[in-house]
Ligand binder design. Structure first.
Ligand code: SF4
Ligand code: SF4
Length: 302
């Protein structure tokens, strides 16, 4: 909003006012665009990448559709749109030939579709369609504006913490298969947010869990997606072989590291020829951030 305000001010001919405000960076140090050159168009100096506009528009529509279903207006429950419900229903289908609890054929179809998508474009679902990924990314961006120097998680700790999502996957499947109930619903942010805490399995612990996850999302970008999402753990082996990958041209790359700084999940494209990391969502933030034309491109690669 503030960027837009300055752009309108500038275009309306109030260049001097813009320049005066820009001369006082200390006062406005929380606003990212103050590094822009005085007298240039603010939006041009700090433009929002086109792919992010497209991605965020798509994510807004999907999140709106899930909210619409959650408010009871849709034909199906919002839970029917959760692909992880497909994983949770597998054992019930195998043993009893029926879906567990609130899951149904749509969950299973979504699971299969998303696995096929991961084989083609890695975790594109997480970056282009998942409402929880979207909310996590927005929280991460807001956290960056509030705490410009956030603590960063050391690479080794980050790798160890990622193992937690496999624990989350095993626990959720174990309890669901054992009890025939989606027993971990009370700890699932997708369920807690979109149900408005509306189920018997939700209690004080659920509220505490959600508060911790929200605060963590501000400090460590994509906290839940990186460390706790069981759907992310399910997609990992498929994402590893996903055909469409970000590829770096070693001849033109200047090793400026801007691609890593732009990556919401802290992948370092500048250290590799092809991004094979299982966490890559093909969000294209790194491609947009790269100042050298053609140094980063999405290509089919094994
Ligand atoms: S942003 Fe582009 S030029 Fe800079 S390190 Fe990454 S790939 Fe290389
Ligand atoms: S490496 Fe690039 S495309 Fe992959 S998640 Fe990071 S910013 Fe997105």
């Amino acid at each position: 909003m503030t960027i837009l305000f300055f752009e309108v001010l500038f275009r309306a001919g109030y260049e001097k006012t813009c320049a005066r405000l820009l001369e006082n960076p200390a006062k406005y140090s929380h606003i990212v665009f103050l590094s822009a050159n005085k007298g240039t168009s603010i939006l041009r100096a700090k433009r929002i990448p086109t792919t992010r506009w497209i991605r965020y528009s798509l994510l807004t529509v999907i999140t709106g559709m899930v909210t619409y279903a959650a408010l009871g207006f849709g034909k199906r429950s919002f839970e029917a749109w959760c692909p992880f419900g497909g994983m949770e229903s597998l054992w019930g289908l195998y043993r009893a030939g029926e879906f567990s609890c609130a899951t149904g054929p749509l969950n299973l179809s979504m699971l299969i579709g998303i696995i096929v998508l991961a084989l083609v474009a890695k975790k594109a679902f997480c970056g282009w369609a998942c409402p929880i990924g979207f909310l996590s990314e927005l929280a991460g961006r807001l956290g960056k504006i509030i705490w410009r120097k956030r603590p960063s998680v050391p690479a080794k700790t980050n790798d160890w913490l990622k193992l937690l999502r496999y624990v989350a996957l095993v626990l959720s499947l174990y309890f669901t298969y054992k009890m025939g109930e989606l027993i971990l619903r009370g700890y699932d942010p997708f369920f807690l947010i979109f149900s408005g805490f509306g189920h018997g399995s939700v209690g004080l612990t659920s509220v505490i869990v959600l508060i911790v996850l929200v605060v963590a999302a501000f400090i460590v970008p994509m906290f839940f997606c990186r460390y706790l999402c069981p759907m992310g753990a399910t997609l990992d082996p498929f994402s590893r072989v996903g055909v469409l990958k970000v590829a770096r041209n070693e001849k033109t790359c200047t090793k400026c590291n801007l691609c890593q700084k732009a990556c919401p999940v802290d992948i370092a494209p500048q250290k590799t020829r092809v991004v094979r990391a299982r966490d890559c969502t093909n969000c294209l933030e790194c491609v947009e951030a790269c100042p050298v034309k053609g140094a980063l491109e999405v290509k089919a690669a094994l």
